[in-house]
Write a protein that binds this ligand. Structure first.
Ligand SMILES: Cc1cc2nc3c(=O)[nH]c(=O)nc-3n(C[C@H](O)[C@H](O)[C@H](O)COP(=O)(O)OP(=O)(O)OC[C@H]3O[C@@H](n4cnc5c(N)ncnc54)[C@H](O)[C@@H]3O)c2cc1C
Length: 276
């Protein structure tokens, strides 16, 4: 690991100013679970690390007046797991509690997962799946961006070098009547090979009027599919498999296509049955 200077600002504004002052060599560090690994492997070698650890208000969960759930970017998986979140917001706690292992969950943050933008990570897939919005602070002030527009590729996002992700905002509960997250991994502490999120809204007569399916792990960014609201799981799974992996010439790709088919079918069927 190359030598670096550790900076621990008290406010987001101060952190932004430090990132600006030290330029491209400066990097934000949250839980360090992805960044420290990259530094050890020498794929990155920052001159300055700007820690989010001392910034008050960047960790924790609050509700906006309209019922949106505001999750501070520096909230750890462990804290999310302990949060008693109502309705489908609670699926985020389940997602956070069912990834990696305890040491990673104790340190890793929701904001770090989004900014690392690894296609295998669960929280970015879930955030896109429920149409979450991200809050970002930078030298020009604050801005918001939908999670689907934030993720741009493997390790790529639209955040600037001198900007900080401050919160992940889940839409108010009535936006969805059911949300289901399904993933497949070989061992319990492995990252997912494929995940599928289904977010479903019912009409006044109780039948689905919107089904949003998001598949992650098969491409650099999650793929969102708007599925016919009348679709049962089997049809949705077939559509997703053919859309996300149309050319499955080799065995590994065919395997992933079957995973997509199965996970989407399961997610949609569970959502139609009213899970969460
Ligand atoms: C052994 C192991 C197993 C894992 N298994 C899984 C798994 O099964 N599923 C899964 O989803 N994930 C898994 N992960 C990944 C884990 O979720 C991420 O490493 C972690 O969430 C990253 O968060 P962090 O706070 O540690 O980010 P850091 O490592 O501190 O930062 C990651 C990147 O984001 C930037 N950054 C961080 N926070 C901000 C911010 N607020 N604003 C701007 N930039 C920021 C940093 O500069 C850096 O580029 C695993 C990791 C490990 C080490």
């Amino acid at each position: 690991m190359r030598p670096f200077t550790w900076l621990a600002p008290d406010t987001t504004q101060e952190a932004v100013a430090l990132l600006r002052e030290h330029g491209p060599g400066a990097r934000v560090i949250a839980g360090g679970q992805s960044l420290l690994l990259a530094m050890k492997e020498r794929t990155v070698g920052p001159s300055h690390l700007v820690s989010l650890g001392a910034i008050t208000g960047l960790a924790g969960v609050t509700a906006d007046p309209d019922g949106a759930l505001v999750v501070g970017a520096a909230t750890t998986y462990a804290a999310l797991t302990r949060a008693a979140l109502p309705g489908w917001h609670g699926v985020l706690s389940d997602v956070a509690g069912d990834l990696a292992d305890r040491p990673v969950r104790n340190r890793g943050t929701i904001g770090g997962a989004l900014c690392a933008a690894d296609p295998r990570f669960d929280v970015p897939a879930f955030a896109v799946g429920v149409d979450a919005v991200l809050r970002i602070s930078g030298p020009a002030g604050d801005r918001t961006v939908p999670a689907a527009e934030f993720l741009r590729g493997n390790g790529l996002t639209t955040i600037g070098q001198d900007e900080i992700l401050t919160a992940v905002v889940l839409p108010p509960l009535p936006t969805w009547d059911a949300v289901v997250f399904e993933k497949f991994r070989h061992r319990v502490f492995d990252a997912a090979i494929v995940s599928a999120t289904c977010a479903l809204r019912h009409g006044p007569d109780g039948s689905p009027v919107a089904i949003r399916v998001t598949v992650a792990g098969v491409s650099a960014t999650p793929t969102v599919l708007v599925v016919d609201a009348a679709s049962a799981g089997r049809a949705a799974g077939d559509v997703a498999a053919e859309t996300v992996l149309p050319d499955a010439a080799d065995e590994p790709t065919r395997y992933r296509r079957e995973l997509v088919r199965t996970l989407v079918r399961r997610a949609v069927d569970r959502a139609r049955q009213g899970s969460a």
